[in-house]
Ligand binder design. Structure first.
Ligand code: 5GP
Ligand code: ZN
Length: 130
């Protein structure tokens, strides 16, 4: 079994686990963007949002709500951004939800290539045409 997150779930690789139940494990990201950066990972291996079932997704969201409260209480975070990568941008091919705490002075910026943008009406047309 090659999957790093399966190894963390099984305890073969150590992690700073802050929450665990029968369905998920939530641990600190080894390469955090901000303090308290957590990953919520289902114990069963699903690759992405297409593969995972809705009951597990719902459970992950419930845990995200719980952990937001924990982060507010213990780290006094100012906000929380949820990110979940699929395909391009997904380094680990085992479904996971990133919880990225925001702090007033964290200076996080989302940079992107505006030159790739086409007219919004053309995007809408593509998405809604048969
Ligand atoms: P992705 O790019 O797949 O959405 O995010 C994968 C995340 O997993 C990255 O933020 C990366 O820092 C984190 N990560 C990768 N390997 C490990 C590890 O061995 N332990 C922990 N705790 N996090 C990891
Ligand atoms: Zn896995």
């Amino acid at each position: 079994m090659e999957c790093i997150f399966c190894k963390i779930i099984n305890g073969d690789i150590p992690s700073y686990t802050v929450y665990e139940d029968d369905v998920v494990k939530a641990f600190l990201d080894i390469n955090p963007t901000t303090n308290g950066n957590l990953l919520i990972v289902p114990k069963k291996h699903y690759e992405n949002i297409i593969d995972i079932d809705l009951t597990t997704l719902n459970h992950i969201n419930k845990v995200a709500k719980k952990l937001y409260s924990l982060l507010k209480e213990k780290l006094h975070i100012d906000g929380l951004t949820l990110i979940q990568n699929n395909g391009l941008g997904q380094e680990i091919k085992h479904y996971h939800l990133h919880l990225t705490p925001r702090y007033v002075d964290d200076n996080i910026k989302h940079s992107f290539n505006k030159d790739l943008l086409i007219d919004i009406k053309d995007v809408y047309q593509k998405l809604t045409s048969e």
